[in-house]
Design a protein. Structure first.
Length: 247
């Protein structure tokens, strides 16, 4: 169910108290009766950019993304680490620097382009994995894996100049509910920070609009495994939302 899927969004802990039946239910009910274009294909790597699989290009490509980070974004980061059998594992639940990034071609120079009502076309969880064997500097990329897909449910995002709201009706349910309600700010044309009071506790997603006008919102979490002198392995799991503007 999409309700369970949304729990992976980093902002939900800020907004759970606001889950209720929306006064706009009737509007969304009518809009949801319009058939969606199910012929649109969004590959698992849709608008995903990753480093080149060779040395030193992998590091050079990855390091470019640090240029998009700001002090406000960095303050949101927290990682958990543990060591087992010589392998150090670090987990960042809401990462601003995953190895699988939203492509920079989706950057929006005018934040007003986000404002409007957007209908969810696609919502899914995808895992990306790159690794490097250090003695030979050999890079590997495993096939992308679709972990979950809840695109059959209905959802509408309502974005004003300072608020983000998400209304959801799961398959088999009779009404839409407001699942997310938060303030937001666009940081460096590329990140959406959602929060209630302080930006330091914000949930951060990468956000952009592609050349077809679809809004893409990626919420990454990252697991990094390191065995010193032997290998690095990067797992990025992205909760991806793709919307079509309707108003």
């Amino acid at each position: 169910m999409l309700n369970q899927f949304i729990k992976t969004l980093p902002v939900l802990f800020l907004t759970a108290a606001s889950v209720d039946t929306s006064a706009q239910d009737n509007d969304f009910e009518q809009l949801s009766k319009i058939a969606k274009d199910t012929g649109i294909n969004f590959p698992l790597n849709y608008k995903i950019s990753r480093p080149r699989l060779e040395y030193p290009q992998w590091d050079n490509d990855f390091d470019i993304y640090y240029n998009f980070l700001t002090p406000a974004l960095r303050k949101t980061q927290a990682a958990l680490s543990f060591t087992q059998n010589g392998v150090v594992t670090s987990v960042t639940a809401n990462s601003i620097i995953p190895h699988a990034q939203l492509d920079t071609t989706t950057i929006v120079d005018d934040p007003k382009k986000f404002i409007g009502i957007w209908r969810m076309m696609n919502v899914r969880s995808i895992r990306y994995n790159d690794s490097v064997y250090l003695p030979t500097k050999t890079y590997y990329r495993l096939p992308d894996v679709l972990l979950a897909d809840q695109s059959k449910d209905e959802a509408f995002a309502v974005i004003s100049d300072n608020h983000f709201k998400l209304y959801v009706k799961e398959t088999g349910k009779s009404a839409f509910k407001k699942m997310i309600s938060a303030k937001y700010s666009i940081e460096n044309r590329r990140f959406m920070m959602m929060y209630k009071l302080a930006k330091a506790s914000a949930g951060v997603s990468q956000i952009g609009i592609d050349e077809k006008g679809y809004l893409i919102l990626n919420s990454p979490r990252v697991v990094e495994e390191v065995k010193k002198g032997v290998y690095f392995s990067y797992y990025t799991v992205i909760e991806q939302y793709i919307f079509e503007k309707i108003k």
